[in-house]
Design a protein around this ligand. Structure first.
Ligand code: C2E
Ligand code: CA
Ligand code: CA
Length: 773
């Protein structure tokens, strides 16, 4: 016994049923036994349906119960028919109790069909129209057949009505069946069995009508068709998937005009002319033949025309879809398609245990090519890189452009970690040979991060994020290399996620506060202002450094409310100090502004509002921005900075010297203050280059009329060195650490007396004392 059969009663029924139908046709002699044999098969089918419904307990049981009811009425009618023949020895009269059963059966089947349709949720207007077209075609056939058979014009009216009722039932059922068959979905076996049940029934009725009703006895095949219909319903109910007839609805929208539908509609269109032709065949002089042929031709041509138009539309849709899923420049799959494929690959891997790898690739130094040689050359580089990457992978792998100069490679089955590394190395090396662009040789390298899906239910996002994190590790480790995602990075990602979640509520829960670090005038040793530095007191983790959470706030957009809060709080605080303490009446405040804030259209208005709400004179305010912003979004940044200048606040370039490409470019921006980065101050007197840079920034400031702040002054030596060099302002642990606002008043006197020694440079520059300028 095949193993498959053991737990599949539907297969048993199918096997036994087909054997029984064959026996009915070939072995069983016509007569009483045959009649009872027929009725018996029907009864078994009804019982099978009831058992199946009970066993499979579908969530939508109504269509099945209605269908079983219809089938039951049919079988009852069959028994009634046999009763007349066997017991009463007369043929069933034109209209009898038997017809009540049969017609009731049709009604219930039609209701069942409608219930199936509703449970499958087909809402496709085109399918509705197609069903309508097909049904009218079917109706014409039925009508022609009934006409040909000739509904008796004599006899009781009720008998005639009953006879005419059957074709009507068939047409109604046909309409619903076509509609059901066109439900856009992935169909299961049970679905097709139900369709077969309805189809055999209609086929039997059609043959019955063809045989002109009277000759019914002669048609064993006809009986077989009806029996197969009963069986199909019975088997369908026992089918294990009967509770879930469709797997998944194909995504909504209009269904393509496939060849099946074209065939269906085409046939329906030709039914009218065909029937006319057949009916008038041989009868002379009616003249309907040319008409019929002509209308058939028109029908075919119109269908052809429509099909072509539809095909063209579909073609355009396919093209649109391609464009929606591919990158315009490189024609590689884009993010959306990558995600789709990644999801599929992960689902496949879950079943087949393949090893999916995601490789994140970022070109090193692409920005230089773009800035130095122009965007056109940059685009060419991306195009050529895309080709090389595509050639370095297997045909089943996906190379996608993720954005800018980022690519992601998805490999279905890398076999092992070594396999993944080998692939990544191939990708890296494929870019190592120089590119020929605009008549020059251009060298680029790439940093690559690998993430392997080794947990069964890792999400596509997580995998991409991991590969991205590994890529950043590769960048940090010196570029042009491959890194795997590992546990430590996992932890970093987890804390990142946790922190970004907690940051959402940090403001509301008063977990954020500002500390203030003094900035003193090196020429007078007087406190001129403080820089507001944000602090996050996490309820569980304790203090979290702004270097950690500010980037998180920036990427989530939370920096906007947080930054606004910091600005308002700092302004209020300063006004408070200025009013309450004579020593602070001229004190200034520096507030850090993130690029994300600066580039928001409403930022200038926020500043203006915060100033007027606090009642603060803008001349006391410095906004610190980093030079990165000015490089990346040049025009927007320029516009924003100008707006701020109009308000009357001053602008400081923070971390100055750490990444500018061109000084003259930077100085197109109307800035007021340069803050020398801590890394240069650290090298003062130790590293000649760092010392020289500090010196030239101070000189530059003097020439251009900009103020200069040395950041991160930690030692007496640095402090004195800066004084000797004539640096106007300084900030750092040596002078004072960032402290809470309550401590500022107590510390101010100590800050003011950081040193008592004056230098030559102090005296030279003393005239500008008291201000940052
Ligand atoms: P930053 O603007 O360059 O701030 C100076 C950083 O150097 C501060 O770190 C300060 O505590 C630290 N520092 C000051 N003197 C010394 C010193 O002598 N030695 C050393 N090693 N460090 C010193 P902090 O407070 O951790 O802030 C880090 C960064 O976070 C800031 O760098 C700034 O970019 C950002 N940040 C802080 N507050 C805000 C804010 O309210 N908004 C925005 N957008 N960013 C902020
Ligand atoms: Ca700063
Ligand atoms: Ca800084």
């Amino acid at each position: 016994m095949p193993h498959l059969m053991r737990t599949r009663p539907d297969r048993w029924l199918l096997l036994a049923g087909v054997a029984a139908v064959a026996a009915y046709l070939l072995v069983v002699q016509p007569g009483t036994v045959q009649l009872l044999f027929y009725d018996g098969i029907g009864l078994v089918a009804v019982i099978a349906m009831l058992v199946g419904i009970h066993r499979n307990a579908p969530s939508a049981a109504k269509p099945w119960i209605l269908t079983a009811g219809g089938l039951g009425l049919f079988v009852a009618g069959d028994f009634g028919y046999s009763f007349y023949t066997i017991v009463l020895h007369v043929p069933a009269p034109g209209a009898s109790i038997v017809d009540v059963f049969y017609l009731g059966g049709y009604l219930m089947l039609a209701l069942g069909c409608a219930a199936f349709m509703r449970s499958l949720g087909g809402k496709d207007r085109d399918a509705f129209l197609d069903a309508g077209i097909t049904t009218i075609g079917g109706a014409i056939i039925m009508w022609a057949l009934v006409q040909a058979a000739g509904v008796p014009s004599t006899g009781p009216v009720i008998g005639r009505i009953v006879l005419a009722a059957y074709p009507v039932c068939d047409v109604v059922l046909l309409a619903m069946l076509v509609r059901l068959a066109l439900v856009p979905a992935v169909r299961s076996g049970a679905f097709w069995l139900v369709i077969m049940g309805f189809s055999f029934l209609l086929l039997g009725d059609l043959v019955y009508a063809l045989l002109a009703q009277g000759d019914y006895q002669a048609a064993g095949l006809l009986d077989a068709t009806w029996l197969l219909s009963y069986l199909a319903f019975g088997v369908a109910s026992l089918h294990p998937q009967m509770g879930r007839m469709i797997e998944a609805k194909i995504s909504g929208g209009p269904q393509p005009l496939g060849w099946r539908r074209i065939l269906l509609i085409g046939t329906a269109l030709l039914v009218g002319p065909a029937v006319t032709l057949i009916r008038d065949w041989g009868s002379t002089g009616s003249g309907s033949a040319p008409l019929a042929v002509a209308s058939a031709l028109i029908a075919v041509l119109v269908l052809w025309r429509i099909t072509r138009a539809t095909r063209e539309r579909q073609h355009a849709e396919i093209q649109l879809r391609f464009m929606a899923l591919h990158d315009e420049l490189t024609h590689l799959p884009n993010r959306a398609l990558l995600r789709e494929r990644l999801e599929l690959a992960l689902a496949r891997a879950r079943r087949a245990e393949g090893m999916v790898a995601v490789i994140f690739l970022d070109l090193d130094g692409f920005k230089h090519v773009n800035d130095g040689l122009g965007h056109d050359v940059g685009d060419q580089l991306l195009g050529q890189a895309a080709v090389r990457l595509s050639e370095a992978v297997r045909p089943t792998d996906t190379v996608a452009r993720f954005g800018g100069d980022e690519f992601v490679v998805l490999a279905d089955d890398v076999g092992s970690h070594e396999g993944a590394r080998a692939l990544a190395e191939r990708l890296r090396i494929s870019l190592a040979t120089p590119f020929h662009l605009a008549g020059q040789e251009v060298f680029v390298s790439a940093s690559l991060g690998i993430a392997i899906a080794d947990e069964p239910d890792v999400s596509p996002e997580a995998l991409l994020q991991h590969a991205d994190a590994a890529m950043y590790r590769a960048k940090d480790a010196g570029r042009d290399r491959v890194e795997f995602f590992d546990e430590q990075m996992q932890e970093a990602v987890t804390t990142h996620l946790a922190l970004s979640g907690d940051l959402h509520t940090a403001l509301d829960r008063d977990e954020l506060l500002l500390h203030y670090q003094p900035i003193i005038d090196l020429r007078t040793d007087q406190l001129v202002g403080t820089e507001a530095l944000i602090r996050w007191q996490h309820p569980l983790r304790g203090p979290v450094s702004p270097e950690r959470f500010i980037p998180i706030a920036e990427s989530s957009g939370l920096i906007v409310p947080i930054g606004r809060w910091a600005m308002e709080t700092a302004f209020d605080q300063l006004v408070d100090w200025q009013r309450s303490d004579d020593r602070f009446s001229e004190m200034e405040i520096a507030v850090n502004v993130s690029a994300v804030q600066l580039l928001r259209p409403n930022f200038a208005r926020d500043v203006r509002d915060a100033l007027s709400n606090a009642g603060l004179d803008p001349r006391f305010v410095v906004l610190e921005i980093t030079e990165g912003v000015l490089l990346d979004d040049r025009l927007e940044a320029l516009h924003a900075v100008r707006q701020l200048k109009e308000i009357g606040v001053r602008i400081a370039l923070d971390d100055f010297g750490t990444g500018f490409s061109s000084l003259s470019y930077l100085l197109q921006f109307p800035v007021d203050i340069l803050k020398i980065d801590i890394s240069f101050v650290r090298g003062l007197g130790i590293d000649t280059e760092a010392t020289a840079i500090v010196g030239s920034v101070i000189a530059l400031g003097r020439t251009l009329g900009l103020s200069v702040v040395a950041e991160g002054v930690e030692t007496e030596e640095q402090f004195q060195h800066l004084k000797r060099m004539g640096c106007p302002l300084a900030q750092g642990y040596y002078i004072g650490r960032p402290v809470s606002p309550e401590v500022v008043a107590d510390s101010a006197d100590a800050w003011n007396n950081t040193t008592s020694g004056l230098t030559v440079a102090d005296i030279v520059l003393a005239e500008a004392a008291g201000s940052w300028r």
